[in-house]
Design a protein around this ligand. Structure first.
Ligand code: TRP
Length: 329
C-alpha cells in the first residue's frame, strides 16, 4: 500500500473538469491506498486573500470534496493550517533551499511576470512549503499534473539534500503517481482548451439548472456541417466530448449520426446536453447544500482529519528535530 498525498487549492468552486479529473482519481485512490488529501490554505496566502474569504474558501472546497464522494473515514482529509508541524518542517527545510534554485522555478518566474507588485518570500519558497506538505507524512506517491512536476522534483531534491547532510535515509523521496491514460479531460464551453475556473468556460457543480442551461446554450457553435462525415471544428468537438462523458451512449450516438449526415440542430443538441448535465449534477448540488447546513458534521470531519494528520506529522517532526540535533533540557 502506497502513502499517497495531494494538496488541493483552496480557491474557487469545483467544476466538471475537476470532477472528472482530479476527483475521480481521488475516489479511486482512497479505496486502494493510505491517502492524505488536504486543503492548501497556507499556500493561498501568497495572493493575500481577504480575511473574510480565507475560511469561507477553505470551507467551500471541503464541502464540495465531501459532496463529490471523498470519504473522511477512508482517507485523511484535513486543512493544512490545522497542522502546525507543516510550517515547522517548512522552516527547517528553508535552511537548505537555495535562492538560485527557487528563482529558477518556472512557476515562480510566471508569478513574477503576472504579479510584479507582489513578489513575496512566500511565493519564492512555495516549493519548500509544498515539499514540507509531502515530506511531513513521508508520502511515497503524489498525483500531480504537468504544472506541478517541477515542484515535486524540488521536493525530492530537498529530501535528498536533508538525507545527505545528516547521513540518514529518513525522509522519503516522493515520486509522481502516474495515471497513464486514466485522466479524463473535460473541454471548456468556449470552443478551446480545457475547462478551467479562470477561463470562464466552466460548469460548476453548484450551478443551478437555470445557470447550466444558460451556459450551455451560449456555447459557441457554427453554421453546421454541409458535407457529410467531415472532421469537426474544435468548438463542436468539445460539445460532443462533454456529451460523451455526461450523456447516455445512445444520445451521443444519435447526435453524432445527425452530425455526419448534416442534419444536426445544435439548439436541440445543446438542450439535451444541458438537461443531462442537470441530471448528473443535481444530486451532488443537493449534497453540497445539505453538508453546508451541517456545521456539526463539518466540525467532526475537520477534527478527525486534523487528529489523523497530526499523529503522522508529530512523529516525523520529532524525528527530524532529533536528526538535526535539537535536544530537550
Ligand atoms: N501546488 C499545488 C497546486 O497548485 C497544491 C499543493 C500544495 C500540493 N501542496 C501540495 C499538491 C502537495 C501536491 C502535494 O495544485
Amino acid at each position: 500500500m502506497e502513502r499517497v498525498l495531494s494538496g488541493i487549492r483552496s480557491t474557487g468552486n469545483l467544476h466538471l473538469g475537476n470532477y472528472f479529473g482530479a476527483i475521480q482519481n481521488f475516489l479511486k485512490l482512497q479505496n486502494e491506498n493510505d491517502c492524505y488529501f488536504f486543503i492548501a490554505d497556507y499556500h493561498s496566502l501568497t495572493t493575500h486573500p481577504a480575511p473574510e474569504n480565507l475560511f469561507e474558501n477553505t470551507r467551500q472546497v471541503l464541502i464540495e470534496y465531501l459532496a463529490a464522494g471523498i470519504d473522511p473515514e477512508k482517507c485523511t482529509l484535513y486543512v493544512q493550517s490545522d497542522v502546525p508541524e507543516i510550517p515547522e518542517l517548512y522552516l527547517l527545510l528553508n535552511m537548505n533551499a537555495y535562492q538560485g534554485e527557487l528563482e529558477r522555478c518556472t512557476t515562480f518566474k510566471d508569478k513574477v511576470r503576472k504579479q510584479p507588485d507582489n513578489v513575496n518570500a512566500g511565493l519564492l519558497t512555495y516549493p519548500v512549503l509544498m515539499a514540507a506538505d509531502i515530506l511531513i507524512h513521508r508520502a511515497t506517491k503524489v498525483p500531480v499534473g504537468k504544472d506541478q512536476e517541477q515542484h515535486l522534483e524540488m521536493a525530492r531534491t530537498f529530501a535528498k539534500r536533508f538525507n545527505f547532510m545528516y547521513h540518514t535515509d529518513y525522509l522519503i523521496e516522493p515520486v509522481a503517481y502516474n495515471f497513464g491514460n486514466a485522466l479524463v479531460k473535460v473541454p471548456g464551453l468556449d470552443g478551446s482548451g480545457k475547462m478551467g475556473k479562470s477561463e470562464n468556460n466552466a460548469i460548476n457543480l453548484i450551478d443551478e439548472p437555470e445557470v447550466i442551461r444558460k451556459k450551455v446554450m451560449k456555447a459557441m457553435t457554427d453554421g453546421g456541417p454541409t458535407v457529410p462525415n467531415q472532421p469537426m471544428p474544435e468548438s463542436i468537438a468539445n460539445l460532443f466530448a462533454i456529451m460523451k462523458i455526461i450523456s447516455e451512449p445512445d444520445t451521443y450516438q444519435f447526435f453524432i449520426e445527425q452530425y455526419n449526415s448534416c442534419t444536426v440542430r445544435y439548439g436541440d443538441m445543446k438542450k439535451k446536453l444541458a438537461e443531462d448535465i442537470i441530471v448528473f449534477t443535481t444530486p451532488i448540488r443537493e449534497r453540497i447544500k445539505d453538508i453546508s447546513k451541517d456545521a456539526d458534521y463539518l466540525n467532526k470531519v475537520a477534527k478527525l482529519g486534523k487528529d489523523k494528520a497530526r499523529a503522522s506529522a508529530t512523529e516525523t517532526i520529532s524525528n527530524v528535530r532529533k536528526i538535526i540535533g535539537f535536544r530537550s533540557f
